[in-house]
Design a binder for this molecule. Structure first.
Ligand code: GLU
Length: 428
């Protein structure tokens, strides 16, 4: 908090939509890009195409309802568009643009042959029945069909979408095309062309990159204290892997509130409690704490695996962890980034830390296209290798250029994208 006054006021969180966050991140990386690629940077500062669709559905009551949907292809220079679909009441075009841009950078950081895309529907899925949700998913898929294809744009799960959603998308696309096309979407059920290891892949990537960073920082994972924000697909898997490695998950936060136990939470008990009670609060062996205490938890590692803009100027000064790992996309505002940097806290950025999900999506796509499926051991071994290599490249770039990991990851990712543009040339 004592450093807040040194932060320019125009970076205050009230003025920051996620797209502005991305633009500031591009501004920060530009001076570090190879001089011959730097003039191409403006390409990154606008999405290649963005589609806004109306999604009308018949509710179970017989009434009709309309929802806003988006699919944004930020950049296709390195391959087909790739990125998840989010169902959330606060989805905006600015958010989907930012998420698609982070996919561009992320896919390039782990060097999978995809461009960046993202989709979203502005809906609170908890208000819909399963049948309504299916109709919403199918109509949205039909509306964005013109963009989709296994060699054009390949969606995947994101917040509030899952294997079932992906199965509906695959079916809707396939029915409209008149042939079953498994490779049009990833994160499908394993019995329907999905990949082993996909469900835990993002959490696993979070864990693997944390292990690598901890090694460089001289921090032992066994016995380390970990605080986790978000207990969805990413946060739950990451927390479980940390606990299996002997770390103590000492605090957890989700939409229902925050809980803590300095001796380590019993994650299975917490998960079982949350499933029946739909809340973390009251879980066995856990004390309820307020948000301020969550952020100031005495932990070595803080994993943020919920939403954008969670670490901001108001709480960045409270954080006591040495290492922050971004399981979510865009969880740290640019203003908070500067505060954390001044405080000497290491941040493993989203475009690296959470790239395990799209990496196994890439494996799923390859398996679907080749109709040849791999074992879980093969998938995890390949995932671990890609994450470790990407981490090493980012760490080395940060060290040699004297920049933070986010800027270093952006250097690697943006240079790969801009090199593709340079080699392809400008059409016509
Ligand atoms: N939604 C995930 C992400 O933000 C996964 C994207 C994918 O697998 O295509 O990275």
């Amino acid at each position: 908090m004592n450093n807040v006054s040194r932060i320019p006021s125009y970076l205050s969180p009230e003025h920051l939509g996620p797209w502005e966050t991305f633009l500031i991140q591009v501004d920060r990386v530009e001076p570090h890009l190879a001089p011959e690629l730097r003039p191409l940077t403006p390409i990154l500062t606008r999405p290649m195409r963005a589609l806004i669709v109306d999604v009308p559905i018949r509710l179970d009551s017989g009434e009709m309802a309309h929802f806003e949907g988006y699919r944004v292809q930020h950049n296709l220079a390195r391959g087909p568009g790739k990125g998840g679909i989010r169902f959330h009441p606060q989805v905006t075009l600015s958010e989907v643009m930012a998420l698609s841009a982070w996919m561009t950078v992320k896919n390039a950081v782990v060097n999978v042959p995809f461009g960046g895309a993202k989709g979203g529907v502005r809906v609170d899925p908890k208000q819909l029945s399963l049948a309504e949700l299916e109709r919403l998913t199918r109509r949205y898929t039909s509306e964005i069909h013109i963009l989709l294809g296994q060699d054009k744009d390949i969606p995947a799960p994101d917040i509030n979408t899952n294997e079932q959603t992906m199965a509906w998308i695959m079916d809707t696309y396939s029915m409209n095309e008149g042939r079953t096309t498994m490779g049009v979407v990833t994160g499908k059920p394993v019995s329907l062309g999905g990949s082993l290891g996909r469900k835990d892949a993002t959490g696993r990537g979070v864990f693997v990159t944390t292990v690598e960073a901890a090694r460089h920082l001289g921090l032992e994972i066994a016995g380390a204290r970990v605080a986790v924000q978000g207990f969805g697909n990413v946060g739950e898997a990451a927390a479980r892997l940390f606990a299996e490695a002997g770390a103590r998950v000492v605090a957890l936060q989700d939409g229902s509130g925050s809980i803590a136990n300095p001796a380590g939470l019993d994650l299975q008990a917490v998960k079982a409690w949350r499933q029946t009670q739909r809340s973390l609060l009251g879980a066995p062996g856990a004390e309820t704490i307020d948000a301020e205490r969550f952020w100031s938890t005495d932990a070595d590692i803080l994993v943020v695996a919920a939403m954008e803009n969670q670490i901001n100027a108001a709480n960045a000064g409270l954080i006591r962890a040495r290492l922050i790992v971004e399981g979510a996309n865009g969880p740290t505002t640019p203003e908070a980034d500067l505060i954390l940097q001044e405080r000497g806290i290491t941040v493993i950025p989203d475009v690296l830390a959470n790239a395990g999900g799209v990496t196994v999506s890439y494996f799923e796509w390859v398996q679907d296209i080749s109709a040849f499926f791999w074992t879980e051991d093969e998938i995890n071994a390949r995932l671990d290798r890609i994450m470790r290599e990407a981490f090493a490249a980012v760490w080395e770039a940060a060290r040699s250029k004297g920049i933070v990991l986010r800027t270093a990851a952006f250097v690697l990712g943006c240079e790969r994208v801009l090199l593709a543009h340079k080699l392809r040339g400008l059409y016509p």
